[in-house]
Ligand binder design. Structure first.
Ligand code: CO
Length: 136
């Protein structure tokens, strides 16, 4: 669905893979003082969000050893896991990525942690960064 007023592409959130939420929350909540945002768990991970201006920081802790976050932690350790861009027309952007030869992880949008439609692009096509696209 195309919104009536285009808002242009912006950074929606940055996902950070952590070994334990309890160890990482105090820095973002108490030291940086970021307000907590309520998010759904997704993809076998527990997620805690913090608002930073127009964007969020999402801390991702694996619940399931087979989850993408558990695999990422085993391979690369804690750190930035993905960057999510909110776009005006997700379906059109996915089509544009497909036409440009970008490898899609999600061929069709699905519902993400914020309850919005999302789709992931493969890091192979994006300079080594896992990119998520989302509705605004
Ligand atoms: Co995300």
């Amino acid at each position: 669905m195309t919104p009536s007023t285009p808002r242009a592409t912006r950074i929606s959130h940055i996902g950070i893979a952590v070994e334990a939420l309890s160890g990482s929350i105090p820095f973002f909540r108490d030291v940086l003082g970021l307000p907590e945002a309520v998010l759904d768990d997704a993809d076998g991970a527990s997620i805690v969000g913090f608002t930073a201006g127009d964007s969020l920081v999402e801390l991702l802790e694996a619940d399931d050893p087979a989850s993408p976050i558990a695999r990422f932690l085993a391979k690369r350790g804690p750190g930035i896991h993905h960057i999510c861009f909110a776009v005006d027309d997700l379906d059109a952007m996915l089509e544009r990525c497909r036409a440009a030869g970008v490898q899609l992880i999600d061929e069709k949008p699905r519902i993400g942690a914020e309850g919005k439609r999302i789709a992931f692009l493969h890091p192979r096509s994006t300079g080594g960064v896992l990119v998520e696209l989302s509705d605004h």
